[in-house]
Design a protein around this ligand. Structure first.
Ligand code: TRP
Length: 452
């Protein structure tokens, strides 16, 4: 059924909205720790190559699918081919898995903001502070609860617009502040080795895991393979260029991730000499490293507070958009009341998020496929379901509706400059690579003990 859809006001409106969803904890928290863990420069290089090929192709396909049909993921696939309706459902599961654990991390950010505001930032720079915090029972749950409650309240009262406005002002400030912190960090003795590690590709560090991690991160960071961009596309006006918009979003999203890495990875080298344990800190990397940088900085307590506040806003806009997606899926599908659905999603998130929080402490001995709960949820969404959705999207576009259907939609505003690249990647390169990576990663988990 054709519904009347409101649309984004203009090109800038569209790009900002899509970039607002794209830029979040994925760029600032997740990218740097993966880059550190998976070989520095080689990870960065792999990521950039994937972004301009896979990222470009998939984002173009998703936005065009949405705009062409005027529907969100579930409806869009079904409208074009009944047999592929299930892909929309599969995509819809992803935000449901991500939101709870995203909110656990959002809670950590809130806690660090509070610590810096209360002037305790120096304590947070001590070794063991972070692990002490996340292994507690009540405290991380309290911050997680606060964070998810804030997200739910905003969605419940429908005041997203206000938050988005504030966030649009804050985002450029976050970028500038990150660049400033990155430059500052470079002058800390020992950091230069980290800059080299982060920028210079070392082919010895390359493995299939590098590609898997980079690909999962790409999907996650650009909000791909989960139906989000299809929905955004459905709101996009016909006179706006899809190709230019995708280039802009991609550039912005990758730029923010790049500077976040430049801010965090060299600092690891400066403060720990780049030993393996520090480099492989994983999800805690940002929280362990940045307080040490702020500690050495004149006015570091205030800068730290401002920094975590900005990150908090970037995270909130993402979790709001994630929660809205989940709420609207239930409302559309079952015709539920929006406010009640909001409450149900909130409670559901609390329950599903709890193990991710407790898995860092009292429940750390419980593992799924060798992973704690948070890593497990992260793995299932980013390294399993998203690649499957991406693969099916490629097959769907490449062989069912044919790339021409997308190309025609893109060409509504003028020549589709990268059409050849698009065709080759969506039909052959992406499906083959995704399949290989998927198989190897699943075999890895099944065969090798203690994945990651
Ligand atoms: N891309 C977001 C980030 O980098 C995270 C995210 C994943 C997201 N899926 C989303 C945000 C859906 C909004 C909507 O943090």
């Amino acid at each position: 059924m054709e519904q009347k859809r409101s649309s984004f006001t203009g090109k800038i409106g569209f790009i900002l909205a899509a970039a607002g969803s794209a830029v979040g904890l994925g760029n600032i928290w997740r990218f740097p720790y993966l880059a550190a863990q998976y070989g520095g420069g080689i990870f960065l290089l792999t990521y950039i190559i994937l972004a301009v090929t896979f990222g470009f192709t998939l984002m173009t396909a998703e936005i065009a699918l949405g705009r062409k049909t005027g529907l969100s993921a579930i409806g869009a696939f079904k409208a074009l081919d009944k047999r592929f309706g299930f892909v929309g459902y599969l995509a819809a599961i992803v935000p449901m898995i991500i939101l709870p654990y995203y909110s656990v991390i959002g809670g950590w950010v809130t806690k660090y903001f509070a610590v810096f505001v209360s002037g305790d930032g120096v304590a947070a720079a001590q070794d063991g502070y972070f692990s002490g915090f996340i292994s507690k029972i009540g405290e991380p749950i309290f911050w997680f609860f606060l964070y998810i409650a804030a997200t739910a309240l905003i969605v419940f009262f429908g005041v997203e617009k206000g938050i988005e406005k504030v966030s649009k002002l804050m985002m450029p400030v976050l970028v500038v502040l990150s660049i400033f912190i990155a430059i500052y960090t470079m002058f800390i003795p020992g950091a230069l080795d980290g800059v080299i590690y982060y920028i210079k590709p070392e082919f010895d560090n390359f493995s299939i895991k590098t590609v898997l991690a980079a690909m999962g991160q790409l999907f996650y960071s650009m909000s791909l393979a989960m139906g989000i961009m299809i929905t955004y596309g459905s709101y996009m006006k016909k006179e706006i260029s899809i190709e230019t918009s995708v280039h802009n979003i991609e550039f912005f999203d990758t730029g923010v991730a790049f500077f976040a890495g430049l801010m965090i990875v060299p600092a690891v080298f400066a403060f720990s000499g780049g030993n393996a344990e520090a480099i492989n800190a994983g999800p805690g990397l940002m929280f362990i490293t940045l307080p040490k940088v702020f500690e050495t900085m004149y006015g570091g307590q205030i800068i730290g507070a401002v920094f975590f506040l900005l990150v908090l806003f970037a995270a909130l806009t993402s979790s709001i958009s994630l929660m809205e997606t989940v709420v609207s899926i239930f409302c559309d599908k079952f015709g539920w009341n929006r406010k009640l659905t909001c409450l149900i999603v909130f409670i559901g998130c609390l329950i599903i998020g709890l193990p991710s929080s407790l898995g860092n402490g009292v429940w750390s001995n419980i593992t799924l496929l060798g992973m704690d709960f948070l890593s497990f949820f992260d793995f299932v969404s980013n390294s399993v379901i998203m690649p499957i959705v991406a693969l099916l999207t490629c097959i769907f576009v490449g062989f069912v509706i044919k790339p021409k259907a997308i190309a025609d939609e893109v060409a509504l505003t003028g020549k589709f400059k990268s059409e050849k690249l698009f065709n080759v990647v969506i039909k052959y390169v992406a499906p083959v690579c995704i399949l290989l990576i998927l198989i190897s990663s699943i075999l890895d988990v099944v065969l090798v003990d203690g994945f990651f």
